[in-house]
Design a protein around this ligand. Structure first.
Ligand code: GCB
Length: 599
């Protein structure tokens, strides 16, 4: 799916701004065609998560539908154009109405969807746009939550005569199987855009290298009759041209896209047809696994970086370009070169920034929490496969051309231990599916949680073993000698598997400003000692080809006994101030090269 652009053939109209909004009152009736919204209308910002925008617990803890509305006018000048309404992300389930008529239903809160407005609106008219948004998560949504807001756990039982009674008293709420706040609403931009009637639907670029030359295999999906492609360099000079809907272009003495701190050189493919034009920035780089090495442009790459979140004060998970630019700056300041889009696809603008800044991305779907909170075999019991395939397809469709994306992560921490055979079948078939869809055939993985790795049959089948481990924090808490001992037993196991391994999460909650002479848990001194001890073990293992501390910054979560003002494992605070550990990593990573750190 192409990102919307304005050029001489296309127009983008921004529909972001202050919209009318109201929360459903819990009865979940049809709200669009009655006066409910008008009677309860409040102001809300788009894009943003609605949860933290009002000082009202109803917003913070809302469960179920919420309604947005605004009007927009279509300029008469667009009369002969094809019109499309595009939502970059509505979390999690959206119903879109125009002038009271349902025009689109979309499931999944982190990927864009579009509505062709042909036959629905006319140029020159003013339309009422309404969006109903449902934030409920269940065992069939991605991310996963416990069913219907009534599940009942552990300590809820204390002092309550019966489970039934507690269920009656307990407010209906989302029970996420994931450790980030379930921020909801129109989280990313809404735009109206136009194309000519005969237009460029999609462009696919597959780069490769032949000696000093770059090879670009391209496909243009269009009904247009003639297609011209010009490749321009950074200075805007045309370096190669081609004609036709698909073809191969050779760029002599090509400059490669290389990760930070090297040069992430980008070319532009200028695609013109008899009626349309689209300019796509792309990089020439290769990605390949060779034994235990992860090669970018044929050189062994070492992942220095983070698990992140889209999370910022007030906006919640709402699109925030200022935070994205600031985060890129901090990533580089710490000497990092990569991050994982834990635990869902991020806004497209972040990938374009990463292309430009040379930051490598492990691109993750929103499949987090499969199998948690249930004793049943999730792969056989719940209806997830079809939706999971849909999000993988849409993710690749959206992100396939970004040079920054070097690997797909199908999920975070699914259960692979309790039903190992079902898990193996599920993950290896999705692995094949993901490979089959990616025109660049990048490596594919999923991220494994702390488990009995000898029983787990699925993690070892991935191209790269990605593991989240909290030795010294959740287990063997505070005892780093024991933690390193246990970690090494596990690393000995993975060494026999013969694949590259990235530690995709490890970390310790840390209160900024809490200092101790002796490193105990939650102090800044402990966080530094924890990382230093564990990194020392990684340095002894050539097959450990990456370290992604959890997390880049503190982030918001559901309230609960484990979380005081959210998850505090950030190297930075939520407002992006460095803890001592950020300085520790800056020192470490600025002395570790991006290429060739491990043989
Ligand atoms: C994990 C999860 C991550 C959590 C983290 C933690 O394993 O993947 O989402 O936030 O642990 O801090 O508990």
């Amino acid at each position: 799916m192409l990102y919307p652009v304005t050029n001489e053939k296309r127009t983008v109209i921004d529909l972001n701004g202050v919209w009318g909004f109201c929360l459903d009152d819990g009865t979940n009736e049809e709200r669009i065609n009655n006066s409910f919204i008008a009677l309860n209308r409040e102001n809300i910002a788009v894009p943003a998560s609605y949860n933290d925008l009002k000082d009202d617990l109803r917003y913070r803890e809302h469960y179920g539908w919420a309604y947005y509305e605004r009007t927009f006018t279509i300029p008469e000048t667009l009369r002969s154009q094809r019109l499309v309404l595009r939502f970059d992300a509505v979390t999690h389930h959206a119903l879109v109405y125009i002038n009271g008529k349902l025009v689109k239903e979309h499931q999944g809160g982190f990927l864009p969807f579009e509505i062709s407005l042909d036959g629905i609106v006319t140029a020159g008219s003013t339309c009422l746009l309404q969006v109903a948004v449902d934030n409920r998560v269940s065992h069939s949504t991605l991310p996963v939550g416990n069913e219907d807001g009534t599940a009942f756990f552990g300590s809820d039982n204390a002092g309550v005569p019966s489970v039934e009674m507690a269920k009656k008293w307990r407010k209906k709420r989302n029970l996420p199987n994931f450790d980030f706040f379930n921020y909801a609403g129109i989280n990313r931009s809404v735009r109206l855009y136009s194309t000519p009637e005969k237009y460029i639907r999609d462009v696919t670029i597959v780069p490769s290298v032949d000696g000093a030359d770059g090879i670009v295999d391209y496909t243009v999906d269009t009904d247009c009759d003639s297609v011209f492609v010009a490749i321009t360099d950074r200075e805007g000079r045309t370096v190669a041209t081609a004609e036709g809907k698909e073809g191969r272009i050779r760029i002599e003495n090509a400059k490669l896209w290389n990760p930070y701190p090297e040069d992430p050189y980008l070319y532009t493919a200028v695609i013109k047809t008899e009626s349309d034009r689209y300019d796509l920035r792309f990089g020439i780089r290769t990605v390949r696994i060779d034994g235990r090495r992860f090669l970018i442009n044929g050189k062994p790459f070492f992942f220095k970086g983070f698990g992140k979140h889209e999370d910022s004060p007030v906006h919640g998970r709402g699109f925030d370009l200022a935070f994205d630019v600031k985060d890129m700056s901090l990533i580089k300041w710490m000497g990092a070169n990569s991050f994982r889009t834990s635990h869902y696809p991020y806004a497209e603008e972040m990938y374009s920034l990463a292309d430009e800044e040379g930051i490598v991305i492990i691109d993750e779907t929103p499949a987090v929490g499969i199998g948690a909170g249930t004793a049943q075999d999730p792969y056989k019991t719940f209806n997830i496969r079809k939706h999971h395939e849909d999000v993988i397809r849409d993710l690749i469709d959206r992100d396939k051309n970004h040079p920054s994306v070097v690997m797909w992560s199908m999920a975070n921490e699914p259960d692979t231990e309790h039903f190992p055979e079902s898990a193996e079948e599920y993950w290896t078939s999705l692995y094949d599916y993901t490979h089959s869809l990616d025109p660049q055939d990048r490596p594919v993985t999923f991220v494994c949680c702390q488990n009995n790795y000898e029983v787990d049959r699925a993690t070892r089948k991935m191209d790269v073993v990605c593991i989240n481990r909290y030795y010294g924090w959740y287990n063997l808490s505070g005892d780093m000698d024991a933690a390193c001992y246990a970690l090494n037993i596990e690393l000995d196991f993975w060494q026999t598997i013969g694949k590259p391994l990235i530690m995709t999460e490890y970390g310790a909650d840390t209160l900024p400003g809490f200092h101790l002479s002796q490193p105990e848990m939650f102090s800044e001194e402990f966080q530094v000692m924890y990382y230093d001890r564990i990194n020392t073990e990684f340095d002894k293992r050539d097959f450990v080809i990456g370290e992604h501390p959890w997390n880049f910054a503190d982030f918001n979560t559901i309230q609960g006994v484990y979380r005081a003002d959210g998850n505090r494992k950030g190297l930075l605070t939520r407002d992006r101030r460095p803890k001592m550990a950020a300085h520790y990593f800056r020192k470490r990573w600025t002395s570790i090269p991006t290429f060739g750190y491990k043989p």
